[in-house]
Design a protein. Structure first.
Lengths: 284, 237
């Protein structure tokens, strides 16, 4: 026990560990809030698709040699999010196929570019870092931290201000439209916020694991809670606790950060699932 | 007092007209039932009446200060809604949303309105229950209460009794009839001809074009009405 405490004390004497913790908790909070809407709108997979787009964009940024790759990654991801949510309505390629197509397409192109124009000698470590986020979180600069705090603040404010509208658009788009709510506008807002969160979350868990951060807390909360507000709050709490404990465990046990957080999320999901099965509080 | 006037309207998509020659009026206090085969453009007509899809030709007017936004709409249920984690109160309140404008939260007046409508439809004791745990009939009452929060003037119901057991169907029809008696205009899309004839005051029967519009009594006497009633009686009986 003393050994563990010493290890933690040691780790937290470095400012970059604090940065990682702050950014990680904020990302977990934002992604879980939006996750509820995405899961209910049957858009769970969009996180996956967008994160691969972000991966591709990151590769392009590395090739071009930009020091701050956010300049490319963010606009590209936002654009992809808008396009993907648009396809929900009436296009020739259906929503899920479009997501799958963009998802694997950008992943392949990104990996290809990274190999053709290597920015460092160790490509597989680069790729692994971007996909699973193992090292990126510990290389955050104060600028990155402020950027994350700023973006999280925007996301949270948007969410609180438009909470009732987001609920209505999620529950029944046609009705909202009929009463004069600008559902298309709110869908766009949801898409843009999703893209923001994905880009932020890439630092924490890497692009392959972002979906887990978005959907697991929401799914766990839905096992037990039966009001929209209850689900949202529970989902946020679960996500923050899992991210926090995941990061601490990863320091103590020297496990990869992203994977540890996702494992914590899975554990909570299983626990909630078992509780709901025993108490019969939720129908599957 | 007319609320909706439809003149020579043709509805459809860019690549084809679904239904045309629509001429009818809806006046306040009417109970209009829209009948038609599948694919006859009933859902397109709903969108046009709600002002979500402009007509290809002709005119649809919302008259005497009545606007499309004041129609309380009861859509058909989507799969998303069937297992949606939301309390009854949250859903009913969301009917007030168009009144909030840029204000992010509901005020006391809107909460009171939601409560009044839950009371009106007898779902007060369900207020904190989860929507997905309710029976089909209860779910429809919740959506009706939400629609009433959005309007006091007109309800537009899209096949409201689909999937309900006969007892619940009957309850819902009676409830809608009582709302109509309290002065709310009802437009109902249905393929349940016998209840349409029992409750409606007017019938609009559409196909590739308008086949009939008028009072229920005239519809029963008309040729199209007689033949439709007969075929429906055979298929159901």
């Amino acid at each position: 026990m003393a050994e563990i405490i010493e290890k933690l004390q040691n780790a937290f004497s470095f400012s970059f560990v604090w940065y990682a913790l702050i950014v990680g908790l904020l990302i977990a909070l934002c992604s879980s809030l939006l996750g509820v809407t995405l899961v209910l709108k049957r858009f769970s997979f969009i996180g996956d698709g967008l994160s691969h787009v972000a991966f591709g964009a990151m590769a392009v940024a590395a090739v071009v040699g930009l020091t701050n790759n956010m300049l490319i990654v963010l606009p590209v991801t936002v654009l992809a999010a808008v396009l993907l949510l648009r396809t929900g309505q009436n296009t020739k390629i259906k929503g899920d196929a479009a997501i799958a197509m963009i998802s694997v397409g950008t992943l392949a192109v990104g990996y290809m570019l990274m190999n053709l124009f290597p920015s460092s000698s160790n490509i597989s470590a680069d790729v692994c870092g971007t996909l699973f986020g193992s090292t990126l979180i510990l290389t955050l600069t104060p600028f990155d931290v402020w950027l994350s705090i700023g973006m999280s603040a925007i996301v949270l404010t948007m969410f609180v201000l438009f909470y009732n509208k987001i609920f209505s658009v999620t529950f029944d788009e046609t009705f909202s439209k009929a009463t004069g709510i600008n559902s298309d506008g709110y869908n766009l807002l949801i898409a843009v916020i999703t893209a923001f969160i994905i880009v932020l979350a890439m630092n924490l868990v890497g692009s392959l694991l972002i979906s887990a951060l978005i959907i697991f807390p929401a799914l766990s909360a839905m096992r037990l809670f039966r009001s929209f507000r209850g689900v949202i709050i529970c989902s946020a709490v679960i996500s923050v606790i899992c991210a926090g404990s995941g990061m601490i465990i990863s320091i103590v046990a020297s496990t990869p950060v992203g994977a540890t957080i996702v494992c914590a999320d899975i554990a909570v999901f299983l626990a909630f699932w078992i509780i709901s099965a025993f108490t019969g509080r939720s129908k599957a | 007092m007319e609320q909706i006037i439809c003149k020579d309207a043709a509805l459809g998509y860019e690549d084809g007209i679904v239904t045309e020659e629509l001429n009818f009026t809806v006046s306040s206090g009417d109970y209009l039932c829209i009948l038609g085969e599948n694919g006859s453009g009933k859902s397109t007509l709903i969108k046009a009446l709600l002002g979500l899809k402009p007509q290809v030709r002709g005119e649809i007017t919302w008259a005497n200060g009545f606007t499309a936004k004041e129609i309380g709409y009861l859509p058909q249920q989507t799969p998303v809604q069937k297992d949606f984690p939301a309390s009854v109160r949250e859903i009913v309140q969301s009917g007030c949303l168009s009144k909030t404008g840029f204000r992010p939260f509901y005020n006391a007046k809107e909460k009171a309105l939601a409560h009044k409508n839950m009371h009106r439809l007898g779902i007060c004791e369900l207020e904190k229950r989860c929507y997905r745990d309710l029976s089909g009939g209860q779910q429809q009452r919740v959506l009706l209460a939400r629609a009433l929060c959005a309007t006091e003037k007109m309800l537009l119901l899209d096949e409201p009794v689909t999937g309900l057991d006969p007892h619940a169907q009957n309850d819902l029809y009676e409830l809608i009839a009582s709302l109509n008696k309290s002065g709310i205009t009802i437009i109902m899309v249905s393929h349940d001809i016998s209840s349409a004839l029992k409750y409606a005051s007017h019938i609009l029967h559409i196909g590739k074009k308008q086949l009939f519009f008028g009072k229920k009594e005239d519809y029963i006497k008309s040729r199209i009405g007689r033949s439709f009633i007969e075929t429906e009686a055979q298929t159901n009986g």
